[in-house]
Write a protein that binds this ligand. Structure first.
Ligand code: SAH
Ligand code: SF4
Ligand code: F3S
Length: 374
């Protein structure tokens, strides 16, 4: 019996698929090289933009033929898309050959759902869940080991679906994180450890007693061994001077910060509920460059947020020009059902969004050429 997992979305999902892989192997499945060979196919989905969802619909739909040929094939769709009830129901209705539809919170119970398929199709979405410490991971990312430090997000940026499909912030205990990292380092094959969270800078605020992200970083660096430490993602409103100092002072921490700005215009940042200004953001960049002149800095941007004018978009261009990032991701705003921004009037046309994203990426390319950055 063989399994095949198709993963969409962020590193968090990549890492959770490592958990799904461990569950499949515990059940006795081995990894299939391609989906046609599999007896169990799992789609771990992403809901961040419409494009991500469309790919899932297309790829799940394409399995209809395979399921006809192979009656015992089990098809499961899980992750962020299916945490939304309307989408989960839509998948159940549109694809009658899909056996399991579960959301993000019951992923640790995946084995239960596979076993239950014999009794019929399974659809279940839990509203929240505890961080699972019991199911192991089958690490699949070469020399890099992902380590989750928290789940969920409390920020509610007005464009973003994540808080709705991942719930509120919950930090893992520092003890459990350190234990996992000690074990990973002891295995000897991982040269890089990447801490994962939607907003790692607010790590530990919900623990009692609270633990700061700076303390967690320092404590991890005390672990003996030959490894580099990295983390993502940092929210500019929570990146403290203390964290910048720790990054600068600890040799083990990579000098590489992903600090999504999203926009260079204060009115748009306010509408996005990002809770910092262009000036505050630039102040953080300055501090980082002062302490670590060679630090890599990367960012994400959204163009065509509702009501964004040409001048406001130009502020994003000028921010990119000013910071001279090592690399950026630029996305066209995609309305997500249930979010505040999706209900705003004056949505920007696809044509304008496309033009703005092209302009931003062209600018980025030009800067990289000038600066000789990779
Ligand atoms: N927690 C991280 C990552 C969130 S998702 C953070 O706060 O930075 C990764 C990126 O997707 C975001 O930084 C944002 O640029 C983009 N994104 C999120 N929602 C989007 C939407 N509705 N439309 C377009 N891009 C979006
Ligand atoms: Fe989404 Fe904002 Fe949370 Fe990032 S910080 S996951 S963009 S709500
Ligand atoms: Fe996508 Fe979920 Fe990550 S929506 S970006 S897979 S948290």
């Amino acid at each position: 019996m063989k399994y095949y997992i198709v993963t969409y979305g962020c590193q968090m999902n990549v890492h959770e698929s490592e958990k799904l892989a461990a569950i499949c192997e515990k059940m006795g499945y081995t990894l299939a090289e391609k989906r046609e060979e599999a007896d169990l196919i799992v789609f771990n989905t992403c809901a961040i933009r419409e494009g991500a969802e469309d790919r899932v619909f297309g790829n799940v739909g394409a399995l209809k033929k395979l399921k006809k040929q192979k009656k015992d094939l089990i098809i499961a769709v899980c992750g962020c898309m299916t945490q939304k009830e309307t989408t989960a129901n839509h998948i159940m209705r549109t694809f009658p050959f899909v056996d399991i539809v579960i959301g993000t919170f019951n992923l640790p119970n995946f084995e239960y759902y596979v076993n239950a398929v014999k009794k019929g199709r399974q659809l279940e979405i839990l509203e929240s869940g505890e961080i699972d410490e019991l199911v192991p991971y089958k690490r699949t990312s070469g020399e890099n080991a992902w380590v989750n430090i928290m789940q969920g997000c409390n920020n509610f940026c007005t464009y973003c679906i994540v808080p709705y499909v991942r719930g509120r912030e919950k930090s893992r205990s520092e003890e459990n994180i350190l234990k996992e990292i000690r074990e990973v380092v002891a295995e000897g094959k991982y040269k890089k450890i990447t801490l994962l969270g939607q907003n790692v800078n607010s790590y530990g605020k919900d623990l009692s007693p609270a633990v700061s992200f700076a303390k967690l970083l320092k404590d991890i660096c005390q672990i003996e061994g030959d490894f580099k430490l990295w983390f993502m993602t940092s929210h500019p409103k929570d990146l403290t001077d203390e964290v910048i100092d720790v990054i600068a002072n600890e040799d083990k921490i990579l000098k590489d910060i992903h600090l999504p700005a999203q926009s260079g215009n204060n009115r748009i940042l306010n509408l996005m509920n990002r809770r910092y200004t262009r000036e505050k953001y630039l102040g953080i960049i300055e501090k980082i460059r002062e302490k670590m002149p060679n630090c890599r800095i990367t960012s994400d941007f959204i163009v065509g947020f509702p009501t964004e004018t040409e001048e406001e978009f130009e502020d994003t261009m000028s921010l990119v020009e000013q910071v001279k990032y090592d690399s950026i991701f630029a996305f066209m705003y995609s309305p997500r059902e249930g979010t505040v921004a999706s209900k705003m009037e004056e949505q920007i046309s696809q044509e304008v969004k496309q033009r703005r994203v092209n302009a931003l990426l062209a600018l980025e390319k030009k800067i990289q050429k000038q600066e000789g950055k990779k």
